[in-house]
Ligand binder design. Structure first.
Ligand code: ZN
Length: 204
């Protein structure tokens, strides 16, 4: 596995990739497997709760997301169903470092159809923050950023007030319980330090 550099919107060349509509994946091969494993590592070390392939410079429809014990790697994801009910929430993005968006509207619940990295069809039902993360990442695959979904005055720089005390995630965001022992320590640490980044659900 290798950690990749995360592209940022401030850089014009990188912005072009972040703003492009990503291509569908047609080959489920070793290249894809390596990309997905690199994306896991890059996301966890950032730390973040989601990452889309264009954010590491690959303009293809792949995302990873991990939140409160749920972890998915999705290829060619499509939202099949979204709840009518929407929630406003705070979002950050690893490609827009130092900023947060308030009141980003997202469907409360979504059902996503996709393939796993081996090509098997999967369906994911998600609610709340996990649903928000998936919508944020699927937007990335269409070149859409959270800043497109809110008025400019809702985007603000991260301030001291956004920073939570280290190791004390709010009760509604318990640290993720890792399934594999090796990963547990790091994921828990990521969840805790993720709180310091200020985004309510972590950056994606
Ligand atoms: Zn993002």
């Amino acid at each position: 596995m290798a950690k990749r550099r995360i592209l940022v919107v401030d850089n014009p060349n990188e912005r072009r990739i972040l703003r492009a509509k990503a291509k569908k994946v047609s080959r489920f091969d070793a290249y894809l497997e390596r990309l997905v494993s690199d994306m896991w590592e890059t996301m966890r070390e950032a730390p973040g709760v989601g990452l889309a392939a264009p954010q590491v410079g690959e303009s293809i429809r792949v995302l990873v997301a991990e939140y409160e014990g749920e972890a998915v790697a999705l290829v060619n994801p499509e939202i099949l169903k979204r709840s009518e009910e929407e929630e406003l929430g705070q979002e950050g993005c690893l490609s827009i470092p130092g900023y947060l968006g308030d009141d980003v509207p997202r469907a409360n619940a979504v059902t996503v159809k996709a393939r796993d990295p081996r090509g098997k069809e999967v369906r994911v039902k998600a609610e709340g923050w996990f649903a928000r993360i998936l919508q944020h990442e699927i937007d990335h695959l269409d070149g859409i950023l959270y800043t497109d979904r809110i008025a400019p005055d809702k985007v603000r720089e991260v301030t001291e007030a956004d920073i939570e005390p280290e190791g004390a995630p709010p009760p509604e965001k318990p640290a993720r319980k890792g399934k594999q022992d090796g990963k547990q320590a790091r994921s828990t640490a990521s969840a805790a330090s993720g709180a310091t980044s200020g985004a309510a659900g972590g950056e994606a």
